[in-house]
Write a protein that binds this ligand. Structure first.
Ligand SMILES: Cc1cc2nc3c(=O)[nH]c(=O)nc-3n(C[C@H](O)[C@H](O)[C@H](O)COP(=O)(O)OP(=O)(O)OC[C@H]3O[C@@H](n4cnc5c(N)ncnc54)[C@H](O)[C@@H]3O)c2cc1C
Length: 379
């Protein structure tokens, strides 16, 4: 039977779902309060990995995510999945010892990683300058996603296959098979559907609050919402202008994580700084310069460029930091997908969630990622 599916949210999760569901014959409508890929999916480091993630079920889910991106590369995904490998470097003997332990642990779990000597690292990254270089580890299957290209391409593919997209419409109310929106000009619209999928990231919690459901994601205002490491919801991603830096991999070292960017520059993640920011904390804006200075010590060619783009991202964080993919209601008409690591997980989640909503079959990888693990949700 042809199912009418309404997806709320055109981030990486919603766009992947739109593509997967239209491919499987569903009639799909995607609604977004803004434009395609404009929220958290626009302010992400976009590193595809399962690098030391815990617990083991989450690590396995992320490995499936990586494998799903490899499969999707055969269907056009090679344009956005840059599987260039991740190189973690050790710049003194202590760091090398810690890295050796990590590599032993990951190898025993079957994760693809290779320990490198300092000479191996220099061969892989000839432009890297590191006087104390002790060695490194290469994770050859890891890579990064060009999220604007991925979101736009998948949504366009879905539209070509019959889906429709309604941007600048905010979902304000939810019924079991109906959705009410407010459009940019303030008018109200109603949609009906057999299945509603909430892929609205940090918007899921407020949408479900209108129905009296307390959805267990953390409120990420950044202003006293928690303040502990699990609640470090605000992230800052910065990118330089185009530069011939010679950086060939995702490169991580103490205090720095960087990768090539879609504009020919270099993108930095702020998590190595360990910063936990309030949105209105002016110190946030010193981070891009700090990271660029650190990177210049490793790659002197970066002295010729400046930061050209900075994005504040608000992480989508279920209370336990893991993934939620489950029906919200007993009638199985409203499904929610909320996750950090959403870039890594998007292609796999789209496959298994599409399967579940269309056939009722729940994939074994989702077994521990349901709502029943949270006390606050009646389910
Ligand atoms: C700083 C940072 C670094 C990260 N690094 C990585 C990484 O290296 N690797 C990785 O795998 N993941 C990473 N992540 C996480 C990843 O980016 C997210 O998990 C992912 O982007 C979430 O995608 P999403 O589609 O669920 O949400 P979003 O991209 O936020 O999309 C949700 C959409 O829903 C829409 N919406 C919200 N409310 C409503 C409403 N009421 N009505 C209509 N539309 C609505 C929004 O406009 C938005 O377009 C990082 C995140 C951050 C912030």
């Amino acid at each position: 039977m042809n199912q009418k599916v309404l997806i709320v949210g055109a981030g990486i999760i919603g766009c992947c779902l739109a593509d997967e569901l239209t491919r499987r014959g569903a009639t799909v409508t995607v609604i977004d309060a803004a434009e395609v890929g404009s929220a958290t999916s626009a302010a992400t480091f976009a590193w595809v990995n399962s690098n030391d993630k815990t617990p083991s079920e989450y690590s396995e889910l992320n490995v499936l995510g990586l494998q799903a991106h490899e499969r999707s590369a055969a269907r056009g995904g090679g344009r956005w999945f840059h599987q260039i490998g991740n190189l973690q470097i050790a710049q003194n003997d202590d760091e090398m010892k810690a890295l050796e332990l990590k590599v032993t642990r990951l190898t025993s779990n079957g994760y693809d990683v290779k320990l490198l000597t300092a000479d191996d690292v220099r061969e892989l990254e000839p432009n890297l300058q590191s006087p104390g270089l002790a060695g490194g580890a290469l994770y050859p299957k890891e890579g990064w996603i060009d999220t604007p290209t991925m979101c736009t391409s998948l949504l366009n593919r879905a539209i070509s296959a019959g889906a429709s997209f309604e941007p600048y419409e905010t979902v304000t109310a939810l019924g079991s098979k109906t959705v009410t929106t407010t459009t940019a000009d303030g008018s109200t619209r109603h949609y009906d559907a057999d299945i509603i999928i909430l892929a609205a990231g940090n918007g899921i919690r407020p949408i479900l609050a209108t129905t009296g459901i307390d959805f267990p994601t953390l409120e990420q205002t950044g202003n006293g919402a928690g303040g502990d490491a699990k609640n470090a919801g605000i992230g800052i991603i910065s990118t330089t202008g185009p530069v011939d830096s010679g950086i060939r991999h995702i490169v991580r070292a103490e205090g720095i994580a960087m990768r090539p960017a879609r504009n020919g520059g270099i993108t930095f993640a702020d998590h190595p700084t360990g910063g936990k920011w309030d949105l209105d904390d002016p110190r946030v804006w010193t981070v891009p310069t700090l990271l660029l200075e650190r990177a210049r010590e490793l790659y002197p060619a970066l002295r010729t460029v400046a930061t050209e783009n900075v994005s504040l991202g608000i992480r989508v964080l279920p209370e336990d930091g893991l993934t939620i993919a489950d029906w919200v209601d007993e009638n199985h008409s409203i499904y929610a997908v909320a996750t950090h690591s959403g870039v890594t997980l998007s292609a796999h989640l789209a496959e298994v969630v599409a399967e579940e909503v269309l056939t009722g079959e729940r994939h074994k990888s989702l077994r521990t990622f349901g709502l029943s693990r949270f006390a606050t949700v009646a389910h």
